[in-house]
Design a protein around this ligand. Structure first.
Ligand SMILES: [Fe+2]
Length: 1032
């Protein structure tokens, strides 16, 4: 690349010195070699492998990051992911001399990855636009010329005009720094895209600042072989290396650029692959591929162990082989041998170096492993500490004659290592294990004993491969000035995005992009290796409940007593006993109580005006309204409420040989003068008509009871699919994915939310496998909409609004917020207490990190998280705005959103999950799907009709086993107010957590006091019964 008007005068000078005419085309086009010549080249390659003698300087090695641009021009080849950040290391060295002062070819090796060996892609660069060699024999001539010094180079240069040209082109005098030069990779690569089109590409590294100005002057070009030290004062013989040592204090920036050529299916020209021919820059302009930031010097002993391989390529990438010549790939192998296997002159410990090796210090590294099964390892663990002054070599954590890293253990290791200043990052490498190489690390604490400092590194992850940990303190990307921390943060997020892909589904909350539980990344699976074969678990549960013998009885029950006998076999639920005691379940007041304080108290809403679709008259209710007022007056007074199951309308029912039925009822309820809620009218379908009578308590008792059963059957379906699976599980999973993809572990919102989002992806993935997929799935057996469950959820999602997750707003929207009008709504009362407590806790924590609304608006990561919540997690459907905000305007809105998510994942789920066994235990009270169609005429229902309509013994047994399983707490459960994982290290947060725990204890006492006066206590929202997350 011609810069600053510099020109290569080699051809004129060659002609002048030799008197020979120069024909450029002859010098760079190479005739096909004979079989003998090819064989000779092969032999040369073998010989080189055995006897390399060339001296190459060691140079200096540094580490940093390649920040891939968002639109790379190279087709996707598994490594250059748009927007990705890769760890890299680069070794800079002179081709021949350990003295940086002499004129020389300058070289760079670039490794993608931070490991010393077997990187996915290593690149080799040298100064100069064209390569001085194009095959093994010309490489041999070139290296021999280098070995012979000035005389050899002169002979070589004057042998061919192109040699002269390449020498002038590639030599560089003393530059300001290694990082101020341009380097070209002579190797041409090819990649085939998904349209089967082939692309060739080349790389170059472009230095920073006023780069590449150390080229030879016209005068120097006359004797380019006369390399040596210029007559100027230099700081030291290794001043380039010396200069690189400072990267840990001030980052160096370069660019990795590419030229790309689309060559279609064929149409390759050898000249395009020939490294001696530079590609025309107008035809193939250089474009940026990555911004390179070099931030850490690699210690000399670690650098000496590094191995580079230019013939190891990522999947999909090939070396563009040259037809008609011996394999160009062979040349790459030979070049690799020359440059990596030759004798290297080690840099002596030069007393003139201004940055000698850093002082040594002692680190005490303490590691805590996970508690669950298989959380330990017998592998040797290695770490690298990265600090403000550089990085340590790999430190081996191992004690002789001692079992390290057992599960649930803390191990401490005293390590002597170079003092790296303020520790910023830790890299952990699983290594050399025979078994159990995968392990779970809770946290690492590093004590710098001589620097007298302590560093906390929370981890709470499985170590399955190399990982990088950021320190525990909260930091913000937009305030981060340290490139190491900023780029690592972005790199970790880019990795998370790759690891946790979205699966966007039409009209549904988005899910994780894995179909099977076994395919989930380890950190998304259950912490304990719990193979969730639910059918097996259900059978075990059924055996435990002594229900197993019922599982194959496909006949109906003979009486309600028969149902009761099955419930009593269980002896598992006091509430089930209270519901069935003295036929309590048949009473209207019990029906009303269950809609306010049962396991699904979410649907009730105030009915303040008559409904056209539900033409209830005063005449129908003359025995129900006990204040002597008309229905309209009672509505206006706030005493009338409604349950509406219209969401289910239009969702296909199962209609095969084993049809199942479900109504779409409307149920009117009334708060009596004594404050008790009772149902007063039921219409089983949404549209009024002759075949759709309005049932009331004035009807025959058995008719009225049957109508109430149909409402409960609809309520079961709403609970199961809409409130539980959709609202609690799917919505939480979508927000969990967005949180993990967009917020790094050092973000306060990540730290706050992660205890509430753990395991939901795992439980949903296994749940869907067992509940929804296949003929044998549980919903297939139990629900009337089997096969159409997702249609049901789509219908529910159409009426979902973001504010439904906000408890005060939800209660106000449903008109049920006033305890004077609607007393004994314990779900409301307990939810509000918990909501207030969570909101206060969230505000106390967020106030530590955000002082003003501007702080919130300036937090790009936070804003991007909210944008993804709106656009991808809970996307709008068919243009309907579901109210998810696309950004966060202020601190109070942030606090509200976080409270909604925490409440939803903990309290909301607990309220509707853990009471299932209490209510499903007795089928007639809460039946699932029905076996006969809903009644259309009054006066025909009898006991036989009801028993034929209710679930069979097999279905009821399965339903109970399933409800029992879902209502059980896991042994590893953590509950609201428990913080076993110390994601936050700030003492102020610990204070807020303490306050939260105390406040939850207060709420618990209050609920228990209230419950003492109740016939059936409401316990689902006792804080000690609320798990932190949706994990079952
Ligand atoms: Fe659940």
């Amino acid at each position: 690349m011609a810069k600053s008007g510099w020109k290569n005068h080699a051809y004129e000078l060659f002609k002048k010195k030799t008197g020979k005419e120069v024909d450029l085309t002859e010098t760079v086009e190479h005739a096909e070699k004979s079989v003998m010549e090819k064989a000779a080249n092969k032999w040369l390659q073998v010989k080189w492998q055995l006897s390399m003698t060339i001296n190459i300087s060691w140079g200096e090695e540094v580490a940093g990051y390649a920040d891939i641009i968002d639109t790379p021009s190279i087709p996707d080849c598994n490594i250059f992911q748009p927007g990705g950040i890769l760890d890299i290391r680069i070794r800079f060295f002179n081709l021949t001399s350990s003295d940086d002062g002499v004129t020389d070819f300058r070289c760079a090796f670039l490794k993608f990855g931070s490991v010393q060996t077997d990187g996915p892609f290593d690149l080799c660069f040298m100064t100069g636009r064209v390569s001085p060699f194009h095959d093994i024999s010309t490489l041999k001539e070139f290296t021999y010329a280098l070995e012979d010094g000035k005389q050899g180079l002169k002979q070589w240069a004057l042998k061919e005009p192109f040699n002269y040209y390449a020498l002038v082109d590639g030599l560089r005098k003393l530059p300001d720094a290694c990082t101020s030069l341009d380097y070209n990779s002579y190797i041409t690569y090819s990649v085939t895209d998904d349209k089967n089109e082939r692309h060739l590409f080349r790389f170059r590294l472009v230095g920073e600042g006023d780069h590449d100005k150390a080229k030879l002057t016209l005068e120097e070009q006359a004797k380019p072989w006369d390399v040596g030290r210029p007559d100027v004062e230099l700081p030291s013989g290794n001043y380039l290396a010396d200069k690189l040592l400072s990267v840990s204090r001030s980052t160096c920036y370069l660019k990795l650029q590419t030229q790309v050529r689309n060559v279609g299916v064929d149409g390759l020209k050898d000249s395009w692959k020939n490294p001696c021919i530079a590609w025309d820059e107008e035809e193939c302009p250089w474009s940026d591929l990555a911004n390179i930031a070099l931030t850490q010097r690699i210690p000399k002993d670690a650098a000496e162990r590094a191995h580079y391989s230019f013939s190891t390529l990522p999947e999909g990438v090939a070396i563009a082989t040259m037809d008609g010549m011996e394999s160009y790939a062979d040349l790459v192998v030979a070049l690799e041998k020359v440059l990596t296997s030759s004798t290297r002159t080690k840099i002596p410990d030069d007393p003139l170096l201004t940055n000698p090796e850093p002082e040594m210090t002692t680190y005490l590294i303490s590691i805590e492993t996970g508690y669950h099964m298989y959380a330990g390892t017998n592998a040797t663990v290695e770490v690298i500490l990265i600090g403000t002054y550089g990085r340590t070599p790999k430190l081996i954590l191992d004690k002789n004659i001692h079992t390290d890293f057992n599960r649930a253990s803390k191990g401490s290791y005293y390590i002597q290592a170079p003092a790296v200043g303020e520790i910023k990052l830790v890299k952990i490498y699983p290594h050399r294990g025979t078994m159990f190489t995968e392990w779970y690390m809770r946290s690492m604490v590093i004590f710098d004993l001589e620097g007298r400092k302590v560093y906390d590194f929370p981890c709470y992850s499985w170590i399955t491969t190399e990982i990088t940990l950021l320190k525990g303190q909260v930091t913000f990307a937009h305030k981060e000035t340290d490139p190491d921390l900023l780029l690592t943060r972005r790199k970790l997020l880019a990795e998370k995005r790759k690891m946790i892909p979205w699966c966007i589904r039409d009209g549904l909350p988005s899910r994780v992009g894995y179909l099977k539980y076994k395919d989930l990344p380890r950190d998304l699976q259950f912490p304990k290796q719990r193979e969730w074969e639910k059918k097996l678990i259900l059978v075990e549960t059924a055996v435990k409940l002594k229900l197993h013998r019922f599982m194959t009885m496909f006949d109906p029950f003979d009486s309600f007593r028969d149902f009761l006998a099955m419930t009593k076999v269980l002896e598992i639920s006091d509430i089930a006993t209270a519901i069935t005691d003295r036929k309590n379940w048949k009473r209207d007041e019990e029906f009303g109580r269950e809609m306010l304080a049962g396991f699904h108290p979410l649907l009730i809403r105030r009915c303040s005006h008559p409904l056209e679709s539900f033409p209830v008259t005063d005449e129908m209710l003359k025995h129900s309204l006990d204040r002597g007022k008309t229905l309209h007056e009672e509505m206006e007074a706030g005493h009338v409420y409604i349950l509406d199951y219209s969401v289910m309308e239009g969702v296909p029912r199962r209609s095969d040989s084993n049809p199942k039925y479900l109504a779409n009822p409307l149920c009117m309820l009334y708060v009596k003068n004594n404050g008790r809620l009772v149902p007063i009218a039921i219409q089983l379908e949404q549209r009024p008509g002759k075949d759709n009578p309005i049932w009331t308590s004035s009807d025959r008792k058995i008719d009225w009871l049957f109508a109430k059963m149909w409402v409960k059957s609809a309520d079961t379906h709403m609970h199961c699919l809409s409130s539980h699976l959709f609202r609690a599980h799917f919505v939480t999973e979508a927000l969990a994915i967005s949180t993990m993809r967009n917020l790094p572990s050092v973000h306060p919102v990540f730290k706050l939310l992660i205890p509430h989002l753990n395991c939901t992806i795992a439980v949903n993935t296994t749940g869907i496998e067992v509940l929804l997929q296949g003929e044998d799935s549980i919903f297939q057996k139990l629900l009337a909409v089997s096969g159409s469950e997702l249609d049901f959820i789509r219908s529910a999602y159409r009426s979902f609004h973001w504010d439904d997750m906000n408890i005060p707003k939800d209660l106000a929207k449903r008109g049920v917020e006033d305890p004077d009008l609607l007393p004994r709504y314990w779900y409301r009362d307990d939810s509000l207490m918990l909501w207030e407590s969570i909101l206060e806790f969230v505000s106390r924590v967020m106030n530590i990190f955000y002082s003003t609304d501007d702080d919130v608006r300036a937090d790009e990561e936070l804003q991007h998280w909210m944008k993804e919540n709106r656009e991808r997690a809970l996307p709008q459907w068919n243009g309907r705005d579901n109210g998810v905000p696309g950004n966060i305007e202020n601190l109070s809105q942030l606090n509200e959103i976080l409270t909604m998510i925490i409440f939803s994942a903990s309290c909301f789920h607990a309220a509707i999950n853990f009471g299932q066994i209490d209510y499903y235990a007795f089928g007639p009270n809460y039946p699932g799907s029905m076996k006969q169609p809903p009644p259309t005429t009054k006066g025909v229902t009898n006991m036989e009709t009801i028993l034929k309509t209710l679930p069979t013994k097999a279905d009821q047994a399965l339903s109970i086993a399933f409800a029992y399983y879902l209502s059980s707490y896991s042994k590893e459960e953590t509950f609201l107010g428990d913080f076993p994982d110390a994601h936050f290290v700030e003492p102020e947060v610990r204070e807020a957590q303490k306050w939260f725990k105390t406040d939850l204890n207060r709420i618990s006492d209050e609920i228990k006091r209230r419950n003492m006066d109740l016939e059936i206590p409401y316990t689902y929202l006792l804080p000690e019964n609320i798990p932190n997350s949706v994990s079952v």
